[in-house]
Design a protein around this ligand. Structure first.
Ligand code: UDP
Ligand code: MG
Length: 312
């Protein structure tokens, strides 16, 4: 039988885990697969880990990892996927926003020969207009700035075949914009549509600050276009300066030059100062990331590991 592991990152999810596991198990039991569940506790501060331990003890084919602290969803996912030694994997959120009932549809495409099957939301229920707008703006700028196309309206909910997992396992960069990495590896990719539910319980871990960080992460790890910004702004201001220089010269030749021009001088200094700081900031973003990468630190540490109990 083909093997499938469902990887579930969980950070302070004690409110939903019970319901989640039940719904997931129901779906998995109906599939003709050798399926197991792997929870990754991303350093939760509530009793998520003790709930997970109960789930592991009470259910066959359920395992868990506990990270040594909160490393963030992307690292938690990586830890989970690294631990999948055989067969394919499905990545799903614990908050029931990704319906487990969609897994059979993902599996169907996998068995039809696809390596990455991602779930595309056809609607965003329970999200504000502003969040929808910022999400759309992000996907649009990513499309223009990067060579890697990141499918719109997809989260991390997806199925990865064995060779996709092996490929992903080789990407050890610290800047882990998972959606980008998933699509960067290539192979045969397809999507399945679904309706995204609002969170069942608990609260989202993403505020606008973290989402903004994620957006910068996505852009800097998949595009170097911002680095060229300085070149373009520099060229444009050099062009303008040339035209203005001609104008000043001609004016001085025909009308003489009574010394004036404090406002223009100030304007030019302030403008160029601003542009230079902006360009430095952009370079700093990339440099800082380069520094983080060059330390080659491990992406996570595992504190505890619960192996799944075999039903036989
Ligand atoms: N998560 C995690 N570590 C974190 C933040 C989130 O493992 O630092 C998990 C969380 O428990 C959930 C999934 O990642 O299972 C998605 O998080 P959330 O629902 O907060 O994000 P959203 O659905 O709003 O994008
Ligand atoms: Mg969520």
């Amino acid at each position: 039988m083909p093997q499938l592991t469902v990887v579930v990152p969980a950070y302070n999810e004690s409110a939903v885990l019970g319901t989640f596991h039940q719904r997931l198990r129901e779906v998995l039991d109906g599939l003709p697969l050798d399926s197991s569940v792997l929870y990754v506790d991303d350093g939760s501060r509530d009793d998520t880990w003790s709930i997970i331990e109960t789930l592991v003890a009470g259910n066959p084919r359920t395992g868990a990892l506990k990270l040594s602290r909160n490393f963030g969803k992307e690292a938690a996912l990586t830890a989970g996927l690294d631990a999948v030694a055989n067969g394919a994997a499905v990545v799903i959120d614990a908050d029931l926003q990704d319906p487990p009932e969609l897994i059979p549809a993902l599996v169907e495409q996998w068995q039809a020969g696809y390596d990455v099957v991602y779930a595309t939301r056809s609607a965003r229920k329970g999200e504000s207009g502003f969040k929808r707008f910022t999400a759309a703006a992000f996907y649009r700028s990513m499309e223009r700035l990067s060579d890697t196309t990141i499918p719109r309206d997809t989260g991390d909910f997806r199925l990865l075949s064995r060779r996709a997992l092996d490929a992903l396992g080789q990407l050890r960069e610290r800047q882990r914009f998972m959606k980008g990495l998933f699509s960067w590896i290539g192979y045969r990719q397809t999507s399945v549509r679904y309706l995204r539910e609002p969170r069942q319980a608990g609260t989202t871990k993403w505020n606008y600050w973290r989402l903004g960080q994620l957006a910068i992460e996505g852009i800097t790890s998949f595009s170097s276009a911002p680095l060229r910004l300085a070149t373009w702004v520099g060229l444009a201001s050099a062009g303008l300066a040339f035209v203005y220089g001609l104008f000043v010269l001609v004016k001085a030749l025909f009308y003489g030059d009574p010394v004036q021009g404090y406002p223009t001088l100030m304007l030019v200094i302030l403008f160029l100062g601003g542009v230079q700081l902006l360009a430095l900031g952009v370079i700093g973003e990339y440099l800082g990331r380069n520094y983080a990468e060059s330390k080659h630190r491990p992406l996570y540490f595992i504190e505890e590991h619960r192996l799944p109990r075999d039903p036989r």
